[in-house]
Write a protein that binds this ligand. Sequence first.
Ligand SMILES: Cc1cc2nc3c(=O)[nH]c(=O)nc-3n(C[C@H](O)[C@H](O)[C@H](O)COP(=O)(O)OP(=O)(O)OC[C@H]3O[C@@H](n4cnc5c(N)ncnc54)[C@H](O)[C@@H]3O)c2cc1C
Length: 414
Amino acid sequence: MKFDIIIIGGGLSGLTAGIALAEAGKDVALVSAGQSTLHFTGGTLDLLGCDEQGNYVQKPLEAIETLNSKHPYKKLENVSSLAGVAKKLLERAGIATTGNETSNHWRITPIGGLMPTWLSMEGMSTVEEPNQMPWRKVALVNIINYLDLPTKFLAAGLREKGVEVDVKTVTLPELKELRQSPTEMRSTNIAKVIENNDLIAKLADEVNGVASEGYDMVLLPAVLGVTNGDKSQQLLKLINAPATYVATLPPSVPGVRMQTLLRKRFNALGGTFFTGDQVVEGIFDGNTLKGVKTAKLEDTVLEADNFILATGSFVSRGLVADYNHVYEPALGVDVDDLGLDRKTWAKIDVTEAQPYMEMGVKTDSELHCLCNGAAVNNLYAAGSILNGHNSIKLLDGAGVDMLTALQVVNNIMK
Ligand SMILES: Cc1cc2nc3c(=O)[nH]c(=O)nc-3n(C[C@H](O)[C@H](O)[C@H](O)COP(=O)(O)OP(=O)(O)OC[C@H]3O[C@@H](n4cnc5c(N)ncnc54)[C@H](O)[C@@H]3O)c2cc1C
């Protein structure tokens, strides 16, 4: 089977590249092994939230200028323009967002902190200024027995910022079965019960019953809208006060929604998705990748003119560590292990920046992967598999994914 481009990995970076290439009329195939880390992200996308000294960033484009030369953003031709393209690509996939690249706004974390971010999915709770909360009195309304919204932490965090918080709970008889087992009482299951049984209006009545008057804001756990944002928006409209969603602990319904809508857009554009399959080998001819083999299509080589490696970092097994070294298991391309001794890959204090987070595949200035020190002329890397950044320290995860994917697309289309 032959395609114009094969993308390996169906997370945010792979899907961004796939959609952009399919929109440009290319015949694209995407092979993806399993769930992506979008399932953990809380409905917000970061461009650059912290500088290298650990200070929060208000103006990401200015702070990007100060990053060291190894950071993936240094391989982009125009960060600002790519950020605008990314936001529009999301919009076309049905993912409306607030925010832009010129100034960060602040998202509320599930444990009541505030973090700078670039784009927030419609309906997510955000504030413009971290030291100036826009609400005097808030109702934090959780669903009974839903444990992935730590309301005590969340309320304490908001109170620390001077907000009066009343914690309330609601439930519906239809959720009774899920409540019998705490493992079933998860966000995605709650969403299915409420949405499939058309219980939005009933839930709104319950919320209005406990938080109808006197609140500047009603905060709800983001447990609605797995397939699209219609139901989650519908609930907000039925509440008799301004209402928004706060991110929960994983699994994240907004994250799953983003994944679902991006994949739907890719399919609608005619992209071919090999789901639940894994690239296990690359067939090289000198510095050219001719094709890839997958675990399920044992005898079939998938061929293409260009390939994009977007298999993520350690969490998605895009990178693997054994006792002695870190390697890239799908194609065996070169990995930057920072030249560190095994004992110094991680810091004992988990709150410190972890060195292993900056490990990743090596690329040249055009994001071609290197193999045995030489650039592979038709193989590019995008997203969190790239070396040179730490998405936890810099809060730059989604920005690196989407913008490097779009740059790779531009490089291929040249
Ligand atoms: C817990 C957590 C919370 C986060 N929260 C945020 C946030 O709030 N905001 C933000 O901006 N960023 C956040 N991030 C970072 C962000 O999610 C990641 O940067 C981003 O999603 C990575 O996207 P990716 O496409 O590069 O890789 P991934 O999402 O890791 O996707 C890689 C995909 O490749 C597949 N794959 C791996 N190997 C193969 C193979 N050999 N063959 C085929 N497929 C393969 C995997 O199964 C996976 O589906 C968070 C990350 C984590 C882990």
